[in-house]
Design a protein around this ligand. Structure first.
Ligand SMILES: [Mg+2]
Length: 165
């Protein structure tokens, strides 16, 4: 029942993602969440380590897109600083902006890795359209009330999965 919420891959942080293995398996592009995936909610732009890593992905030939549910101004400032195309107010898990991002990058959803920190927005959205989904641990535990609320249900699903492994 809950497998639609479960990621294909767990990574402690984005830096732990084995991008070369993904490339070999046919992944051509990454779609990133921002908040608690690439930066904390409080950081208006990415830190240098993250910016360098994104640059590395571009150099390796990956398409890069940011698709975030946060407001458009937050997303624009963050993404333009990285020189990455972006959609804010993306309504994940709805697929409309995820599909649009793929179309713009010229890749299919199954050739795209979706990286995020939330099961019920990022992972669910990516799984619904057949993307490779990668769950990272939230960078910070500073989150708003609704995110905290969803975390309770995430923990339930993740602990069930631990028992199955
Ligand atoms: Mg997030």
């Amino acid at each position: 029942m809950s497998s639609i919420f479960l990621p294909d891959i767990f990574a402690e942080t984005v830096f732990d993602i084995d991008v070369d293995a993904l490339k070999k398996s046919g992944i051509k592009a990454f779609i990133f969440d921002i908040d608690n995936t690439l930066a904390t909610y409080a950081m208006p732009i990415a830190d240098k380590k993250t910016a360098d890593w994104i640059m590395e992905l571009k150099d390796k030939g990956f398409g890069i897109f940011i698709v975030s549910n946060n407001n458009r101004e937050r997303v624009r400032v963050f993404a333009e600083n990285l020189n990455v195309r972006h959609f804010g107010k993306a309504l994940k898990p709805l697929d409309i902006f995820l599909r649009k991002a793929c179309r713009i990058m010229g890749v299919k959803p199954k050739e795209t890795a979706l990286v995020g920190d939330q099961l019920f927005t990022d992972i669910w959205g990516g799984n619904l359209i057949g993307m490779k989904t990668i769950l990272v641990k939230p960078i910070s535990d500073v989150e708003d009330g609704f995110v905290k609320f969803k975390r309770r249900f995430e923990r339930r699903i993740l602990s069930k999965m631990d028992k199955q492994r």
